[in-house]
Design a protein around this ligand. Structure first.
Ligand SMILES: [Fe+2]
Length: 473
């Protein structure tokens, strides 16, 4: 039996491809269908099942489109309801696949329908368990996303999670491999490892949530404390995952339309259209961009940042790329978080835009050394650190204020558009996103600190000591 983990870095997501004797199953597919169809084709296999561990909140999964194309059955655990046809498996139900089988284990907690899948191979051994967002490497799924006011609280869900882990997962053999749905970087947990699999025995030794002498009360307390508010696009993605959405083929067809500079300019000037510049940091900073464009580089955590900062999931988007071969990928990555309304890209890129005589918006750019010198001279009016509050509190440059990118729209009223801002983050990705939004919202003088905090700490900048949030009360 073939079991392949398919890791997508941008979303820190793991889908799975399982095949035995001409029959295949996909677990937690992303929005696009082509990779799974190609894998099955290469094995001469028919996709028989699409298993979902739960209704995902952090991406739009592709079960409906994939089922339409393959005739595969969509399997969820108990309690799941959707606008399309699904099969609700029951706890312990077995699904034959080729010469092996997949057994559903109902493991509620992260959500009520959450299920894990035990893989049994042709020899009758069960080397893998796919735990979805029940058990991660180093963490467990957060229990606050599926709270329904008046009926179920996050503490109720945490209690279910405790029972699921103790009664369904921890009773499996210690040498079984745990294959979760997410790794470090995902907002579905709070402290995930960057490892993508581990043995259950090792997790029992190292994962705080599996501690042998932990009481249910202690577990509930630990998993519900320190949770940050989920990204704003999460409820939209849950809703879309229960619905029939525009097909990925239609989205790709529309989104990859080449738009000549004149048409692109006309569209970019419409109030209801947002331009997103997806190029490299260097290209954006050095060449400038279409006036009003927001920067979200494709070579970063692109989809989660789109979800976090583009407020309307139905936003009409046109985009700039520096590689026409990646246009398909970019439209796909927008749609992975439900941004399905891409209308096309700037044909010929910024080069053709400039050749038409059209102007660009350009931010300033300084090295970390220059920034620190200017700061010491008192020559910087508004130095701003756009990292998360937790990063800022752990270490920051003295005299620099915190203005986290995550809350840029909520807090924008604090920005004085007549002042000059110098922005930095950790590496120079988030600061460019913030700088572009500052500029698009009327701040005329915005300068990015190249290399961010990682470069700044190599200089003589005055760095704060760690400030424990509780001592600030
Ligand atoms: Fe999840």
């Amino acid at each position: 039996m073939k079991v392949e983990q398919l890791f997508t870095g941008c979303l820190a997501e793991m889908a799975y491809y399982i095949e035995s004797n001409g029959e295949a199953a996909i677990v937690d597919p992303l929005r696009e269908t082509e990779p799974y169809l190609r894998m099955a084709e290469a094995d001469g296999a028919k996709i028989k099942y699409i298993f979902l561990t739960h209704f995902h909140a952090d991406f739009v999964s592709g079960q409906y489109d994939l089922a339409q194309k393959t005739g595969a059955k969509i399997i969820f655990g108990p309690n799941a309801t959707a606008e399309y046809d699904i099969y609700n498996g029951t706890d312990g139900e077995e699904f034959p696949l080729g010469d092996g089988k997949i057994t559903l284990l109902h493991t509620p907690g992260h959500t009520m329908e959450s299920s894990s899948y035990l893989i049994t191979n042709e020899e009758g051994n069960s080397p893998y368990v796919l735990t979805g967002d029940c058990l991660f490497i180093g963490d467990v799924g957060r229990p606050d996303l599926a709270v329904k006011s008046g009926t179920i609280t996050e503490k109720d869900l945490a209690g279910f999670l405790f029972e699921s882990l103790r009664n369904k997962i921890m009773t499996l053999p210690d040498d079984i491999i745990v294959y979760p749905n997410h790794g470090a970087g995902s907002a579905c947990g709070k402290n995930m490892s960057s490892e993508t699999f581990d043995t259950l025995g090792n997790q029992k030794k190292t994962n705080y949530a599996l501690r042998a002498d932990m009481t249910k009360e202690e577990f509930i307390e630990e998993v519900t404390s320190g949770l940050k508010p989920p990204p704003p696009y999460f409820p939209n993605n849950v809703r879309m995952n229960k619905s029939i959405n525009t097909s990925i083929d239609t989205i790709l067809h529309k989104g990859t339309t080449p738009l000549d500079p004149v048409t692109f300019k006309e569209l970019s000037e419409k109030k209801d259209i947002l331009v997103i510049d997806t190029r490299s940091k260097e290209a954006y900073a050095e060449e400038g961009t279409v006036p009003g464009a927001w920067y979200i580089g494709v070579d970063g955590n692109f989809a989660p940042w789109v979800g976090a900062i583009v407020p309307d999931i139905n936003q009409k988007i046109i985009f700039i790329s520096d590689d026409e071969l990646r246009v398909n990928e970019i439209v796909t990555r927008f749609s992975r978080v439900g941004y399905d309304n891409t209308l096309g890209y700037l044909n010929g890129g910024i080069k053709d835009w400039l050749a038409h005589g059209f102007g660009v918006d350009k931010i300033g750019s300084v090295s970390a050394n220059k920034f620190v010198d200017l700061l010491a001279e008192g020559a910087i009016e508004k130095p701003v650190d756009v990292r998360k509050e937790s990063e800022y509190l752990s270490e920051h440059v003295i005299g620099v204020e915190n203005f986290p990118l995550d809350f840029i729209h909520t807090n924008f009223a604090e920005i004085d558009t007549s002042k000059e801002y110098f922005l930095h983050c950790k590496t120079g990705y988030r600061s460019l996103i913030a700088a572009s939004i500052f500029m698009a919202n009327g701040v005329e003088k915005v300068t990015d600190v190249r290399g961010g905090f990682e470069d700044i700490i190599e200089t003589k900048a005055p760095i704060s000591d760690f400030v424990c949030p509780t001592t600030m009360l």
